[in-house]
Design a protein around this ligand. Structure first.
Ligand code: AHR
Length: 329
């Protein structure tokens, strides 16, 4: 057996098959068999389980597949690109109908995407983008506009400090290095505040989108920086970890240090209702139904948009408090 075949087989063992038996009903509803009694088979490589957002996204994809009568082969990459590449190769070997994945990082996908193309298996990107120049390597990209999210966070800050004449010292908790949301949220935010030199990003480091890392990095920021006015976190889990660090340092999150974050998960809304986060930019994880519709269309050879943007809003503490009882994730 060649090294590559052995690697593909090992990767196959990592793939947990979740056979979805239900059919019909709403969103991506209806059976997705191929006319011969075989269900449409979707190989889905997820980033991991790093955040509340991700858990909600996984649940949405799994439930939507079941509802749509699609057989889902689900693989968790544990935030490692190499695991995603192995999973995609395993899906190719298993001859799934469509591959969908949420890329951990933006770069380094061309080779494996070319392998899927050569095997005539269409690929749909969901949640995160890749930076491939060759657009024929994937059929469509469904997800948020991360640059716009970063810009919303920055626009809020500009308004909040409109009358301030002193410097505003900002610390930034970045998402996973090299990931589309980290790159784009950083760029969108920088663009929004760049016209006013009083906004100073005094420290910026990755917290890998996790609560534990968010706390750890915030602890380091608090030790190293004599004056922090604002924390900008690329996601809620890092903001929630940072809140613990701020409180343990004897400061009041939301007051001594203002916090602007991204995602809009329930735990963050609870923190907002307690005055600990000042503004949250929504990033919608409930992409499952849209993804299944897209997958069916791609498999049927229908024309689909290259880019489908998710609709999302922004939340003040008052709006978050009002939304909390009905928040799904
Ligand atoms: O790609 C979406 C981002 O990834 C979410 O903002 C974050 O919580 C997740 O880990």
């Amino acid at each position: 057996m060649s090294k590559r075949a052995a690697a593909a087989l090992a990767a196959g063992a990592m793939v947990l098959t979740l056979t979805a038996c239900g059919s019909g009903g709403g969103g991506g509803g209806g059976s997705a068999d191929k006319g011969s009694g075989h269900k449409l088979v979707l190989g889905f490589s997820q980033v991991g389980a790093e955040s509340g957002w991700r858990t909600a996204n996984t649940k949405s994809v799994q439930e939507a597949a079941k509802k749509a009568g699609i057989e889902l082969k689900f693989s968790d990459a544990q935030q490692k690109q190499e695991n995603q590449i192995k999973a995609i190769r395993s899906f190719i070997q298993q001859k799934v109908d469509v591959i969908a994945f949420s890329p951990v990082v933006e770069s380094g996908w061309d080779t494996v995407l070319k392998e899927a193309k050569d095997a005539h298996i269409p690929v749909v990107l969901t949640d995160r983008a890749v930076d491939s120049k060759d657009e024929s390597l994937y059929a469509s990209f469904l997800g948020s506009d991360f640059v716009a999210e970063g810009k919303s966070a920055g626009d809020w800050l500009v308004k909040e400090y409109a009358s301030a004449s002193d410097d505003v010292n900002i610390v930034q908790l970045e998402g996973t290095t090299g990931s589309a949301p980290a790159n784009d949220r950083k760029a969108g935010f920088a663009d929004a505040v760049k016209a006013q030199p009083k906004f100073k990003v005094v420290a910026s480091q990755t917290g890998d989108f996790t609560r534990a890392k968010g706390k750890e990095v915030m602890q380091a920021f608090l030790k190293a920086q004599s004056k922090i006015d604002v924390l900008y976190a690329h996601n809620d889990d890092m903001a929630l970890g940072a809140i613990q660090a701020i409180e343990e340092a004897g400061k009041k999150p939301g007051k001594d240090i203002k916090i602007v974050s991204v995602d809009g998960v329930k735990d963050a809304f609870t923190a907002m209702s307690q005055g600990k986060i000042n503004y949250d930019v929504e990033c919608n994880p409930l992409l499952g139904d849209q993804l299944m519709d897209l997958v069916k269309k791609v498999k049927a050879g229908e024309q689909v948009p290259r880019r489908i943007k998710t609709e999302e809003g922004t939340f003040t503490p008052e709006q978050a408090t009002a939304a909390l009882p009905n928040r799904q994730y």
